[in-house]
Design a protein around this ligand. Sequence first.
Ligand code: HEC
Ligand code: HEC
Ligand code: HEC
Ligand code: HEC
Length: 336
Amino acid sequence: MRKVGVTAAGSRPIAQQTMSRNVFGRRASAALLACGVLAIAAAVAGVPAARAQSFDLGPDACQNCHKAEFEVWQKTKHATSFNDFHRLPKVRDVLKVTGDRSPKQSKVCVTCHYTTAQKDAAAKPDLVAGPACESCHGAASNWIKIHNDFGGPGVKQADEKPDHKAKRIADSKAAGMIRPEMKFDIVSNCYGCHALGRKELDGKVLSGMIDAGHPTNDEFEFIRFSQGQVRHRFYPPDTAVNKEITPQANAEWYAVGQAAALVAATQGAGKTDNAKYAAADAARIAKAKEVLGKIAEAKALLASPTPEAGRAFAAAIDGKDLTKAVGALSDPSSYK
Ligand code: HEC
Ligand code: HEC
Ligand code: HEC
Ligand code: HEC
């Protein structure tokens, strides 16, 4: 693997962006400063200081324990793009906006197109892959040791005590893990990259990129994009099988996908007045309103499309059968 040292924050999930060590905007440094001040205040008050910023370890750090998921990921465009994306002629056109020589050296492109990983906090970040495990599940340095500790060395998952399990899951989340059951957060994270909404991306740069031919990804829809090449559902009891999603779960994820689209597009609307971007956002909002308008639990979310309302909506429909309410979904033959 070719490695290029970069200093960018890399593919950092939405949930972690406010504390990202990114270099793209003043707001970020203000946030960073605020964290520093808080940490000092906490230390002075005798409370333990906030944990250091979590960083990406790279997909190799997951491979040994999650072989099946790794093998699925390796065949996706997320993984294969590492070898061919920088050679696309269209990339040259978009790069003119930032003036960089290669997307691998462009802080802007690295935000969404690559994973930069570190061995430890002191190490220099290396470009190791395209979007990978931690782009979707959260930078793992702070949670990797917590998420599979079932009660000390040698304790098997089957023997884990219920209160330990609850604490393990809560602690993993607090350390930045985006777990599979956090449906709204995991889908919002896709939209951050696919709907170009990520906070690090400056509105003027975004507008220039779109004018230079960067796709606005109008066709992104969670089911269509998650149930093809990306799907990994090796859930128990048979962890050897990559299971297809059930119609009921499909409808639920679809509804959460529309909720995430609504929130992402509403938040992205102020980013730039680029006409193409505005049109893509408006279409996302219209589609989401059409679908969510048929679901009673979406009332508060429609009135106020915030991440909090999105999470509350996902919790309210958890386990419910929405197959009739949402109607026909993307046809499997259209899955990416
Ligand atoms: C030392 C082994 C080990 C390593 C390394 C490891 N995991 Fe895990 N992971 C586990 C075990 C064991 C579980 C619990 C079993 C399960 O639910 O699949 C788990 C659970 C998970 C889950 C939740 C699954 C669920 O259904 O709740 C995710 C997501 C996950 N790991 C992602 C990762 C990622 C991403 C990495 C790399 C950054 C990683 N893991 C590294 C062992 C490991
Ligand atoms: C906010 C996230 C984001 C940023 C920043 C970003 N891209 Fe993208 N880009 C994407 C996504 C997501 C896709 C793919 C969508 C798909 O395939 O459905 C994409 C696709 C592309 C494509 C089309 C690829 C193809 O196969 O046709 C080009 C070209 C491209 N990006 C260039 C760039 C360049 C150059 C930069 C840096 C200047 C950049 N992008 C920055 C998210 C981003
Ligand atoms: C494009 C985003 C994305 C990437 C990349 C990704 N995941 Fe996931 N992952 C998800 C989503 C979404 C789910 C929930 C799937 C569901 O329940 O249908 C999930 C579920 C899981 C689960 C629980 C299901 C199972 O297979 O046991 C594990 C474990 C997991 N991911 C680990 C990984 C590892 C390890 C990698 C990298 C090799 C990875 N993921 C890459 C989005 C992603
Ligand atoms: C860190 C940013 C990022 C995140 C998060 C992300 N993606 Fe992507 N995704 C990309 C980029 C960049 C590409 C395009 C790579 C290329 O064209 O070379 C892409 C491509 C894809 C493709 C291939 C599309 C095609 O036209 O072949 C699918 C499918 C996909 N993503 C699904 C998802 C899903 C589903 C999620 C969330 C569970 C997700 N992605 C999260 C950045 C991201």
